[in-house]
Design a protein around this ligand. Structure first.
Ligand SMILES: Nc1ncnc2c1ncn2[C@@H]1O[C@H](COP(=O)(O)OP(=O)(O)OP(=O)(O)O)[C@@H](O)[C@H]1O
Ligand SMILES: [Mg+2]
Length: 225
């Protein structure tokens, strides 16, 4: 599903990614652990097209974002980018929008879905996430775990082939991390691939099919910490 080869990224003189190779199959859950500053978030940002790499290839569902360091044209890039969802560490919900509005914004704007279709789809997702009674609430009225689920729902509304999570449990109390693990597992069972960054080892072991370690811009299979 996702194939990364020889990915490099520098910030000025700082080599942050030093040639990353990573393959994630359909329905597979890959978890990356490793010390602060190792380049994990930068890798996620490159995969999501929020940061441009300097060398290497990234391919999602046979669509290239970038091939041998050369980025595809806008249309092809956006098409590949659309297959990837990202859930930010701090959720980044739109504060002035209700839960339902948070979920329908991108499908309407990016996928050109009708208001009616977007709402129908969003309500299904919110039902699946156990948030049917919160659709008209605003983010500030939700608990941390509920906000987290809305953020996941917002990414799901675009029906991505790959979901990326940066520290999905860092803002949750320990009791809720098991819930997030169960949710991620059930999504993967339906064929969605997952790329997850975490510092939480017990969460990593609960959720991962494969664990990778990232240190000083180098990714290795297995948990070396
Ligand atoms: N926009 C930027 N400009 C310059 N340097 C950056 C930028 N973003 C990240 N860096 C540097 O790149 C390195 C890797 O950062 P990154 O955020 O990818 O680490 P991380 O593995 O996610 O760490 P953490 O576990 O603390 O979240 C760090 O040294 C950081 O200072
Ligand atoms: Mg990070």
């Amino acid at each position: 599903m996702l194939k990364i080869q020889g990915l490099k990224k520098n910030f000025g003189k700082l080599e942050v990614l030093k040639g990353i190779d990573l393959e994630i199959k359909s329905g597979e859950i890959a978890v990356i652990v490793g010390p602060s500053g190792g380049g994990k978030t930068t890798l996620l940002r490159c995969v999501n097209g929020l940061e441009f790499c300097d060398a290497g290839s990234m391919e999602i569902d046979n669509k290239f974002l970038c091939e041998n360091g050369v980025y595809k044209g806008k249309e092809e890039f956006n098409e590949a980018r659309r297959e990837i969802g990202l859930v930010f560490q701090n959720f980044n919900l739109f504060p002035h929008m209700s839960v339902l509005e948070n979920l329908i914004e991108a499908p309407k704007r990016v996928l050109k879905q009708s208001e009616e279709n977007a709402k129908k789809n969003a309500k299904e997702i919110l039902g699946f996430l156990g948030l049917s009674d919160k659709i008209n609430n605003y983010p500030y009225e939700l608990s941390g775990g509920q906000k987290q689920r809305v953020a996941i729902g917002r990414a799901l509304a675009l029906n991505p082939k790959l979901m990326c999570f940066d520290e999905p449990t860092s803002a949750l109390d320990p009791g809720l991390t098991g819930e997030v693990a169960t949710l991620i597992r059930s999504l993967a069972k339906d064929g969605m691939s997952m790329l997850i960054i975490t510092h939480d080892m017990s969460f990593a072991e609960k959720v991962a099919d494969k664990i990778y370690s990232m240190k000083d811009g180098i990714l290795e299979e297995g948990n070396i910490f």
